[in-house]
Ligand binder design. Structure first.
Ligand SMILES: CC(C)(COP(=O)(O)OP(=O)(O)OC[C@H]1O[C@@H](n2cnc3c(N)ncnc32)[C@H](O)[C@@H]1OP(=O)(O)O)[C@@H](O)C(=O)NCCC(=O)NCCS
Length: 165
């Protein structure tokens, strides 16, 4: 497995990987309407290109050299708060889950965060998403929770997690 820095040309690929991952991961958690709304907003070309223009926001594609195919991606924002990087998104397609790729990707993130001098990683995870257990297994702890209005009458009911490096 290797991590490849994503560029503007990779936006359609990121959108495709996100859609495949979300349709599986959030099938039991979010309504079809909410999923469609969030994907269209959070993964629009305008939104992703604005991230890629932000020098602190990085996307990496998770690539499997054995299958010669992409497994997913990670997006994170350095210096989101003082000494803190925010893990904005980590999504694997369903076939690539449970093989240790998520763990390796978070180890890569730890190194990237240390390189820029941050020492804390934060993230939001839906309270009903089993990924929360994945984060716990990788040393993250819940430090708060919140219900966030995301527009159009939809909310996200999240745990806020952190890891101190
Ligand atoms: C969450 C995700 C990134 C984890 O990556 P992964 O490659 O499947 O996880 P790994 O195989 O690296 O597992 C690492 C550890 O987490 C644990 N883990 C992973 N998924 C888990 C789950 N759903 N429930 C409980 N534990 C889990 C594993 O048991 C493993 O523990 P170990 O190191 O003690 O053996 C991946 O499953 C995924 O993309 N899920 C769908 C999208 C999603 O929900 N993203 C997070 C949004 S906040």
């Amino acid at each position: 497995m290797k991590l490849i820095k994503a560029t503007i040309e990779n936006i359609p690929l990121i959108q495709d990987l996100a859609k495949r991952s979300w349709e599986n991961a959030y099938a039991e958690i979010l309504s079809q309407e909410q999923m469609k709304y969030m994907l269209e907003n959070m993964y629009s070309e305008i939104e992703i290109s604005s991230h890629l223009r932000n020098s602190n926001y990085h996307y990496y594609l998770i690539f499997d050299e054995k299958t010669n195919d992409y497994d997913g991606f990670i997006g994170f924002e350095n210096h989101y708060e003082e000494n803190t990087t925010k893990l904005q998104r980590i999504y694997l397609v369903p076939e690539s889950k449970g093989k240790g790729l998520g763990k390796k990707t978070l180890e890569f993130l730890n190194e990237k965060v240390k390189e820029v001098g941050d020492n804390r990683i934060i993230l939001n995870v839906n309270k009903y998403n089993l990924a929360q257990k994945f984060y716990v297994s990788q040393g993250y702890k819940v430090y708060d929770e919140g219900v966030f209005d995301i527009g159009n009458g939809f909310v996200m009911d999240d745990f806020l997690m952190e890891k101190i490096l």
